[in-house]
Design a protein around this ligand. Structure first.
Ligand SMILES: [Mn+2]
Length: 355
């Protein structure tokens, strides 16, 4: 089904045959999740190339309309022999995934074939809209992440370190059926929270400080993403004021989410509010991103990037305000774009939490 939809799109774009090298795209299209594979989608059929380590597995998962080709030498020989056999004169490739080295080797192997880069990834557009099964897996990933946050509220005490919390997150996810974290958790205490992508250190959680936790898991191949910012022991009034602004910015953005809305406009809903409150300069990153097989995928929800929200996209809404040397607040949920508007999939409390 997915291959058929892609083929239709490639024909529409005139970008066929198409060589797919991104393993996440291959996984989405064929179900194959090994470490070596190449997929060629042409007008009539699809060919999947992999080596003998994966032969039995690949044949058991790839769709019926996809032919398996055994790679015996290197990948370029395999790609070139499948292409030559079919008399292909021109092949489209994923510009954002292949390296210069890959391109130059491919060019050598396909000396008579024109290689055309495709910049706007057609598979990313398909992946952005989730089917029912994908939505239920993301919902489960989000539910596990919420349970992890509940668990952390018991686990976190003054004296534990950022690193302890980060290890506990990883352990919780793995204990609860996840393959891994979606990304290295961000556990930023005190002034470290002003750095949006801070790395946890062996630093103790101090009473009176703030603690920002950004985490997600991978459940059966699908990611979740959640950020909460909490207060340790007592509330710092200046940061509590910032918390309220971020909370309201996030609520406003959430309430704007619906099919048809421009993603650049959605970013501006939160950004304009934060700017009005005087913190525009302190919200440097985009409002959100798509979530699925990758933790960051289409659509990007950023200033000056225009695309339309569609039903069954899963995105994050994550405004933040960061005051260098002082601290930062970010609140993030994973959200489903629904027919009526939106459904928040991460359900952890956004009340001001003090532990
Ligand atoms: Mn995120």
């Amino acid at each position: 089904m997915r291959l058929k939809r892609l083929r239709k799109e490639l024909i529409k774009r005139g970008a066929i045959p198409y060589l797919i090298t991104d393993l996440k795209n291959i996984k989405y299209l064929t179900g194959f999740s090994g470490s070596n594979g190449y997929l060629i989608v042409s007008e009539k059929n699809s060919i999947f190339i992999s080596d003998s380590r994966y032969e039995e597995y690949a044949k058991s998962v790839i769709p019926e309309d996809c032919e398996f080709f055994l790679q015996e030498g290197n990948a370029f020989e395999a790609i070139s022999s499948t292409i030559k056999k079919r008399g292909i004169k021109e092949i489209y490739v994923e510009a954002s995934n292949i390296t210069l080295a890959f391109h130059s080797e491919l060019k050598k192997a396909l000396s008579k074939v024109k290689i055309v880069p495709v910049i706007d990834d057609p598979v990313a557009d398909l992946r952005a809209i989730k089917d029912e099964n994908e939505i239920s897996l993301i919902k489960e990933a989000c539910a596990i992440t919420d349970r992890c946050f509940d668990h952390l509220l018991q686990f976190i005490k003054p004296g534990v370190t950022e690193w302890d919390i980060s290890v506990e997150i990883d352990y919780f996810f793995k204990r609860n059926g996840c393959r891994s974290c979606a990304f290295d958790p961000i556990v930023a205490s005190g002034s470290g929270s002003s750095m949006p992508h801070y790395k946890p250190e062996n630093k103790k959680i101090e009473p009176g400080g703030i603690l920002l936790i950004d985490m997600g898991c991978v459940f059966q191949g699908y990611n979740s993403d959640l950020t909460r910012t909490i207060f340790i022991d007592k509330i710092d009034p200046a940061l509590a004021e910032i918390y309220e602004i971020v909370f309201q910015a996030q609520s406003k953005a959430l309430n704007a989410v619906k099919p048809g809305l421009d993603t650049g406009k959605l970013d501006s809903v939160a950004r304009n509010f934060i700017t009005q409150k005087g913190y525009g300069e302190n919200f440097g990153h985009g409002l959100g991103h798509g979530v699925g097989i990758d933790i960051h995928e289409s659509p990007a929800i950023k200033k000056n990037i225009s695309s339309k929200l569609k039903k069954n996209m899963v995105i994050t809404i994550e405004p933040g305000i960061y005051i260098p040397g002082r601290g930062g607040v970010r609140i993030e949920d994973t959200v489903l774009v629904s027919q009526q508007g939106f459904e928040v999939l991460t359900k952890s409390s956004k009340d001001l939490i003090v532990i």
